[in-house]
Design a protein around this ligand. Structure first.
Ligand SMILES: [Zn+2]
Length: 327
């Protein structure tokens, strides 16, 4: 089984549920990308399926545990997505409802459905699933993971046990990455950018695309610091029109603005963004009010992206507004 770092309280609550036999049937694990929400979902599935749990924790050696770890347990079902938007469609929901009634044929008598990365699940799909999770068959469990619990309708949220998954400390993150066999210099560079978020640190080391996006975010910050509108436009447009890339860079830029705003009040605060020096420089040149406005503009650009506005238009507006603020 994969080791989970941090999130001690959450893990002990889950173990407590398993030990007392009061296992929740519907759960939402939410947290930022890379924070380990999917890992924890798998861990809970292993707890439910383990043939001989130890203090509520999966033993890690029985056949069920091994099958869950290898993602080939017949009764731990990773619900597939479909379509261009890779979403959970009405058709998928219908097949889950049909399948969930069928009793499993295993020692624990349980069956687990995992819906990973829920984003913009349609109201119709959610309402169909709502009926299922309101009165689940005794053997059926439903786990949802998402960046935010507000991806779900209030009616779904109120019927699920919701857990926020938090990033680890930088020390835990460093330890985890070194134990995974990464070079110490790579680990240090990754933790400098993504701190206690082990998933993002791992991606930073192993994926050149993410490193490019981090560099781009830094260039963007440098253009803002230099009040260089031309450079800022050039950097933003080099992003192309991939919505995912744009979202990721917007999110990293927003963290940088957040760091800049926090530094105005607490010079020794922990940073969450990927460019500490940039945030420090920026915080010396803007007022708190300007920092808040920068954050606000990113939120607006984010909203426009979600509303399917043409990406180049979103970026052009953002660039003009940022320069207007720092000018
Ligand atoms: Zn086991």
């Amino acid at each position: 089984m994969k080791k989970i770092y941090g999130n001690r309280r959450l893990l002990s609550t889950l173990a407590g549920m398993r030990e007392s036999g009061r296992t929740a049937h519907s759960l939402i694990f939410y947290g930022e990308k890379g924070s380990g929400r999917k890992l924890i979902a798998d861990h809970y599935a292993a707890q439910l399926m383990c043939e001989a749990p130890v203090n509520g924790e999966p033993c890690g050696v029985c056949l069920s545990c091994r099958n869950v770890a290898n993602m080939n347990h017949p009764d731990v079902i990773y619900v597939p997505t479909e379509g261009k938007l890779e979403g959970y469609t009405v058709k998928i929901a219908r097949s889950v409802i049909k399948d969930a009634i069928v009793k499993p044929n295993n020692e624990t008598g349980r069956k687990v459905y995992i819906f990973r990365d829920c984003r913009k699940m349609s109201t119709t799909t959610q309402n169909m699933l709502l009926k299922l999770i309101e009165e689940p068959p005794d053997h059926a469990y439903f786990i949802f993971t998402a960046e935010s619990k507000y991806e779900f309708l209030p009616t779904i949220i109120s019927r699920c046990v919701c857990f926020g998954v938090s990033p680890c400390t930088e020390e835990e993150s460093e330890q985890a990455l070194l134990e995974s066999g990464f070079e110490s210099s790579d680990v240090k560079a990754a933790v400098r950018c993504f701190h206690g978020n082990i998933g993002m640190c791992t991606e930073y080391i192993s994926d050149t695309e993410l490193r490019k996006r981090v560099d781009l975010t830094k260039r963007l910050a440098d253009s803002i610091i230099g009040k260089d509108e031309y450079g800022l436009n050039l950097t933003l447009f080099s992003l192309g029109s991939s919505r995912n890339d744009i979202r990721e860079v917007l999110s990293m830029t927003d963290k940088l603005f957040r760091d800049c705003a926090v530094l105005k009040r607490e010079p020794d605060a922990d940073m969450i963004g990927c460019y500490k020096e940039g945030a420090e420089q920026l915080s010396r040149m803007v007022t708190s009010n300007q920092a808040v406005r920068l954050h606000d503009r990113i939120e607006r650009a984010w909203g426009a992206m979600e509303a399917n506005v043409f990406p180049p238009l979103v970026l052009a507006t953002l660039s003009a507004e940022i320069i207007e603020i720092v000018r």
